[in-house]
Write a protein that binds this ligand. Structure first.
Ligand code: PLP
Length: 379
């Protein structure tokens, strides 16, 4: 049996999405910037996709900018707002994706900003009082806080963070890559200036995403070139990717309730069976329903000299998961997220992440194999 439990890394393309993309790749190959009929046909598809994404998120099409994915969206939001608003301070966390963390570090190294890190509890929740204190003392700040952590699944209360940012007139960016298409976002209500999506995390194609720029904010361009994306991003549009992403998001919204129920039931069973099967097991991050991604479960295995072989042993049994670390000492020094929440470095964090195509049988198979892999080591 082969089991893919790494859906937070990427997801299988939905065949419905593929069928939507196929004619764009084979027949409607015009450049959307061309004014002839082939070009106009492609342009109308791109703008249809923009309207679709905007409608699903309850915002206007003019706020949606297509990018190459989540990384580009995060880079653009942060770098371009610092420049456009002459921001001097970034408030973020130690558990952001590197697309955010490295951008902030680089801006600091260039001497453009100072970076402050928010206090987190042991499950990765932001201390809101600390955010208020930092904002009181630092006018002209940008806050970058992810909606859900990709390694441990903990959800932040971005409604509350948005309110606080609004109160202190801060620019707010949230990396929503892991929640896009898995939770509903109402951008009329949410007080967040910049958020991002990445199609390959929701059964769409790789290499395409979007950045939402709130109409109250005006930023420059990250990529120079042609005048595409209303002069914000040079480069011929990835037309089939854009159409595929809009379709993937449409399907995600259409089927969200059923998928949420199904995937949460896989996660719940995995938690229960692990507790029965692996002595001393615990979990990294908040695992409560409604406080955590239903797609992600980060399992903390007790200290054991064979821990560094866990992922390898899962792999030879046909199970794809990912590690909080790529180290070989059994310590989690490789995961900045586990370090950021001060997880016990002697325990091994393994992330299992689920998707709509996974089944209960797969959960049972993984537990059966884990029992074989882990048991000899703990007796
Ligand atoms: N942000 C988060 C939270 C992610 O999980 C990822 C993907 O791993 C990214 C950003 C980067 O997205 P992309 O692969 O589309 O560049």
């Amino acid at each position: 049996m082969k089991v893919y439990f790494d859906n937070a890394a990427t997801t299988q393309l939905d065949p419905e999405v593929f069928e939507t993309m196929r004619p764009l790749m084979l027949d409607m190959y015009g450049n959307p910037s061309s004014t002839h009929s082939h070009g106009r046909e492609a342009r109308s598809k791109v703008e249809y996709a923009r309207r679709t994404v905007a409608q699903l998120l309850n915002t206007t099409p003019s706020e949606i900018f297509f990018t190459s994915g989540g990384t580009e969206g995060d880079n653009t939001a942060i770098r371009c707002s610092v420049e456009a608003y002459d921001l001097k301070h970034i408030i973020t966390t130690k558990i952001e994706h590197k697309a955010v963390g490295q951008t902030a570090d680089k801006l600091a190294a260039e001497g453009k900003v100072k970076v402050s890190y928010l206090e987190l509890d042991s499950e990765g929740h932001i201390n809101h009082d600390h955010l208020i204190e930092l904002l009181k003392n630092n006018p002209r700040s940008m806050v970058s806080a992810m909606h859900a952590n990709n390694e441990i699944g903990t959800l932040q209360d971005i409604d509350r963070i948005g309110e606080i940012c609004n109160e202190y007139d801060a620019v707010f960016h949230s990396d929503t890559v892991q929640t896009m298409g898995h939770f509903r976002h109402d951008l009329e209500k949410l007080q967040c200036h910049f958020l991002v999506g990445s199609a390959h995390k929701l059964h769409g194609p790789k290499g395409i995403g979007f950045l939402r720029v709130c109409k109250s904010k005006k930023i420059g361009r990250l990529i120079d070139g042609g005048g595409q994306e209303r002069n914000h991003r040079g480069g011929t549009e990835n037309v089939h990717g854009i159409i595929g992403m809009a379709k993937a998001l449409e399907i995600a919204y259409r089927d969200m309730d059923a998928h949420q129920k199904h995937i949460q039931s896989l996660k719940t069973r995995m938690i229960e069976r692990l507790r029965e099967t692996v002595p001393g097991v615990s979990f990294n991050g908040d695992i409560r329903e409604g406080h955590s991604l239903y797609t992600v479960l980060n399992v903390s295995f007790p200290p054991n000299e064979d821990n560094d072989m866990l992922l390898f042993n899962l792999d030879i049994n046909g199970i794809s998961a990912s590690g909080g670390s790529a180290c070989n000492s059994g310590a989690n020094t490789g995961s900045h997220v586990l370090t950021g929440i001060k997880a016990d470095p002697n325990r091994q964090g393994i992330r299992f992440s689920f998707g709509k195509y996974n089944t209960m049988d797969e959960v049972d198979y993984v537990i059966e194999k884990l029992a074989e892999i882990v048991e000899p080591a703990v007796v």
